[in-house]
Write a protein that binds this ligand. Structure first.
Ligand code: AMP
Ligand code: TRP
Length: 330
């Protein structure tokens, strides 16, 4: 049985990149796979978090996933810290992961910045916890945006290292699923920077909770270039290619089809249509998020039930893994 696992950090500002790169794809997978979707709060605390905001963001991201179409009855949706086996398996993997593998992780280098010695151990070990998330459920497929590809490769390496070390075929090597026409949605202010929750400028991203007016304003102000017409050339015309990709992904079309339709038309006309499309697609999601967030008890109840279902799958697997390693569980 193919099993999906994916995660999203509860760090506020769910944006169009999260939606098109990940969440939108997760929704469709519920028909074909057994799906486990996790709000990765233990990953979030690898950078400083305000406790009150962390709680609020955990609920907000949960509401976002459900509003986008994740069905908590069919799929499992829960927050990571509820299931202690994630942290426990991460420790077991820490003991077989060479430092050299972690030293290659570009996300750590970006997040740690120049003051590497001040970066915390958890930020460095982040990809090991991610491997534990996935492998704890022996998931076979992991739908993510392109920025997570390197972490996924590390998860496969760790699975392979464990299997070889203990001479077992215990873990399947998880396959990344990087899907859709917007695998890497870029900032509206800079076509070479990823759209991100942590970017200070609100104008760089479209949040799932933005109203139609805000979406229209942000798209109208989005950076463009001085060349005429739209382009698929992400290398030389990143802003134009990014806007085309967003349009295509939102409208479930290929970028080629969209580019052909806008041949000979300028940015102004394209932006008007894109803004209308984005506003129409995001409006029902924002409305449903607001409705869900009005009842935190209901959201907490969904997470609690999801956590219990996840733990029931995780605990027997962890017991088996500990047995393979030779850890006594009398
Ligand atoms: P995060 O918010 O970093 O936890 O990311 C959650 C999911 O959204 C992951 O699968 C990411 O790969 C995806 N994602 C985040 N930012 C972008 C982006 N700018 N473009 C495409 N996918 C993204
Ligand atoms: N690191 C991922 C991100 O920032 C989130 C994540 C944590 C994840 N654990 C995971 C994604 C397991 C897929 C599978 O986007």
């Amino acid at each position: 049985m193919n099993r999906i696992f994916s995660g999203v950090q509860p760090t506020g500002n769910l944006h169009l990149g999260n939606y098109l790169g990940a969440i939108k794809n997760w929704v469709g997978m519920q028909n074909d796979y057994e799906c486990i979707y996790c709000i990765v709060d233990l990953h979030a605390i690898t950078v400083a978090q305000d406790p009150v905001e962390l709680l609020a963001n955990t609920r907000e991201v949960t509401a976002g996933l459900i509003a986008a179409g994740i069905d908590p009855e069919r799929s499992i949706i829960f927050n990571q810290s509820q299931v202690a086996s994630h942290a426990e398996l991460a420790w077991l993997f820490n003991c077989i992961t060479p430092l050299g593998w972690l030293n290659r992780m570009t996300q750590f280098k970006e997040k740690a910045g120049k003051k590497r010695d001040n970066a915390v151990l958890g930020l460095y070990a982040y990809p090991v916890l991610m491997a534990a998330d996935i492998l704890l459920y022996r998931a076979t497929h992991v739908p993510v945006g392109e920025d997570q590809k390197q972490h996924l490769e590390l998860s496969r390496d760790i699975a392979g290292a464990f299997n070889r070390l203990y001479d077992q075929e215990y873990f399947p090597l998880p396959e990344p699923l990087i899907l859709g026409e917007a695998k890497r949605v870029m900032s509206l202010r800079d076509g070479r920077a990823k759209m991100s929750k942590s970017e200070a400028s609100e104008n760089s991203r479209i949040n799932l909770t933005d109203d139609a007016e805000t979406i229209q304003r942000k798209i109208r102000r989005a950076k463009t270039d001085s060349e005429p017409g739209m382009s698929l050339d992400a290398e030389n015309r990143p802003e134009a290619a990014n806007l085309l990709g967003i349009y295509a992904a939102l409208n479930d079309e290929s970028v080629e089809v969209v580019a052909a339709r806008f041949t000979g038309k300028g940015f102004a006309e394209f932006k008007l249509e894109l803004a209308d499309l984005a506003a129409a697609k995001l409006k029902p999601i924002a409305a449903e998020m607001r409705r869900l967030m009005a009842s935190t008890d209901h959201i907490d109840d969904i997470l609690k039930k999801g956590g219990a279902r996840a733990a029931a799958m995780a605990e027997p697997n962890l017991a088996e893994i500990k047995k393979i390693i030779g850890l006594l569980d009398p």
